[in-house]
Design a binder for this molecule. Sequence first.
Ligand code: HEM
Length: 511
Amino acid sequence: MLGWLVTAPLAVLRWLISPIPLTVIAVLAAWAYYSISKRLDFWKSRGVPGPKPRLPWGTEYGSPFSAVTEFESWLYNEHGGKKFCGFLELQQPVLFVGDLDLIRAITIKDFEHFPNQRDHLGTDFWKETLILLKGAEWKETRAVMSPTFSASKLKAMHQLTLDNAQNLTKYLQKQMKEEGQVEIKDAFGRFTMDNIAACAFGVDCNSFVDPNSQFAKNAAKFTNFPPIMMLRFVAETFLPYSIARWFPDYGLKVGAFFADVVMKTIAHREKNPSSTRDFLQLLMDTKDKDGKRILSDSSIVAQSSLFLVAGYDTTSMLLTFAGFCLALNQEIQERVQQEIDEALERHGGLTYEAIQDMPYLDRVISETLRLYPPATRMERVCAKEYTLPDTDIQIPAGTLVYMPVFAMHRDPELYPDPLQFDPDRFLPEEKEKRHPCAYIPFGNGPRNCIAMRFALFEAKVALVSVLRELTLKPAPETPPHPMPLDPDAFLTTPKDRKVPLLAVPRQAAAQ
Ligand code: HEM
């Protein structure tokens, strides 16, 4: 037996080094070398500038796992990305475009060449979500869903949002009394969770009372991917789907919880019609000319869950950074509070109309999203070969396109003294001086954030509810400006994921 174990490998080795297999191996190695070098030459051969790609990570900056914002700023500032440059993400060619006219062409004028987002989110659970749908299917679903976010529909959700914002204010007051400071990232996260649970699932989550409710626990699994889910995500990024699909699909398991919540609410509301006009009801109410619901049950489950994932971290980051910037800029905060007092008096309370009548608050939010855009870049996939305008550079179908939001928003040529927090950059006359694509925190063109209006509305309700009662101030451990960022996060996120502040009653703050 043992003799066989030794002789068999020796026989294989002898065969391998005999002339015919040796020739086959040499040809295969030469072919592999040729195709990999050709891929490494992808951008150079097209005359597109960019950093030299290396094996095995493609283009390397620092370590392969360095911070996304640093990597993108490096491409933007040092490799021609301010106009355009190319790099390799492992073997995937990526065109990195900072030129504002080209961004406008890709996202609007030549949309038919770039109609889709990248194709994966690490689980089959998302297959039917708007963000992953393509072509005609995306267009039809977007058209059906768009009216859900109209001004009149948002107005109907004002009371739900206001209730959650008032819970937030009470929670901050209680935290301040008990702890002597507040943790605003956590507090704004709870508000956003409750509001999306109420508006997209018809669920009263009340995470200010119970942060460990089943809803909050399952939502956290979606938004803070556990390592096992990352495995599938990485597999889908770097391997063909036919192989990646065999990796454990953790998202399907978590998704089953939300599918159950949505299906129970749909069944309940179909038996007992509800007067609530939340997103779930609006999606249920999408009817064709024969009065039949357009969106299937599984599509409604997918869209509601997408609202949770796309809307939770993004909006809570916006609120966290806005709170941080206001605490560090007391004069700006006082001006916001004065505007709030005047608008509430004009409108007889915290009404939907009062919220729409606060232009300075609107500028504060825009400036926050400029300095700390939650999504660091916009992405598209080239669906049809494209010639870059005024060049003969051809971009083949399948190429990924990145458009750098974070790096652009901090470009001193677009925003002088870019780290300075200055809401007046968004005065109408200042905005007019800039290219429309110089500010794109919600993306651009037909595929931009469908919920932009809702996100801005809920953020304003939360800030107004808090700032009419409380003044935010830096605590001893508040990070310095500009906020240091977490290098491992997908979204622009404070380092250490904590932002302690003081929330002082306004009368006391004024003394
Ligand atoms: C401050 C908060 C938010 C920011 C900064 C933000 C940002 C974005 C960005 C950058 C995109 C991609 C746009 C593009 O590529 O052109 C996007 C898409 C999307 N967002 Fe938001 N978002 C926010 C809040 C929300 C909320 C609250 C929801 C849901 C209730 C939501 C739902 C979506 C959906 C469904 C898409 C995909 C649209 C499509 O592919 O047609 N977002 N968002």
